[in-house]
Design a binder for this molecule. Sequence first.
Ligand SMILES: Nc1ncnc2c1ncn2[C@@H]1O[C@H](COP(=O)(O)OP(=O)(O)OP(=O)(O)O)[C@@H](O)[C@H]1O
Length: 255
Amino acid sequence: MNRLEISELVVNVPGRRDGRPLSLSVEPGQVWGVLGPNGAGKTTLLHTLAGLRAPRAGRVLVDGRPLAALSRRQVARTLGLVFQERHDGFPATVRETALIGRHPWLSPWQMEGAEDLRLAEAALERLDVDHLAERLVSTLSGGERQRLAIATVLTQAPNIWLADEPSNHLDLHHQTAVMALLSEQAAQGKAVMMCLHDLNLAARWCDHLLLLYPGGEACWGPAERMLVPAALERLYGQRLATAKIDGAPVFVPVR
Ligand SMILES: Nc1ncnc2c1ncn2[C@@H]1O[C@H](COP(=O)(O)OP(=O)(O)OP(=O)(O)O)[C@@H](O)[C@H]1O
């Protein structure tokens, strides 16, 4: 079990004043959504939480220990990252790519074993890309690549998921399947934080929300307290109509 604690964190968004420092905890079992308009700093925040970018101030802690004090291997075992930019380094198949998720768990020259292969195959099947296992990644569609990226993190089996737009490129069915998977991960005691542009996915699947405003303002808390139409309209500069379906609020932009 791992909790991700953000303490007085000021993310370094170039050219922007500090804004409100962020202090919150993503607990095991919780699903946090990060909402905000383009350029609000969602990706920069996730990169900072992953230790890929230094903050201007404040700290990121895993189970009370600063992220910087953990070894690279500990970080790689603990944090699973689904990020937007992907580079095809060398030609690899879908199966080989999913197996990369096992690397934090292997010693430097150790080959993947039967159990690693089983985990990778199960993840590919869960993300509905098992039929593509032999294909080169460079031949995949956008949605297939996204599902493979998520399958690779599932193979990695981290305790904390950081996902930047996990529903990106996905059709409606696969959006729902991925949100159900992240929700299930949380139910198994993992901590999940994801950036989302789709307010309705956030309203249905996230139990906590962090709202990032372009000027550096922010507020956070349980989803039902954050999903206030007036606050969301201010966040996006967009009028919204609201309804309730299946017990969850639904927001539709209006002209
Ligand atoms: N290396 C950089 N140099 C200059 N500006 C940068 C750099 N990286 C990010 N920014 C700026 O920082 C701001 C925050 O970027 P970020 O990608 O975190 O936003 P975001 O909320 O994820 O946006 P989006 O919804 O468009 O994905 C943007 O205005 C972006 O142009």
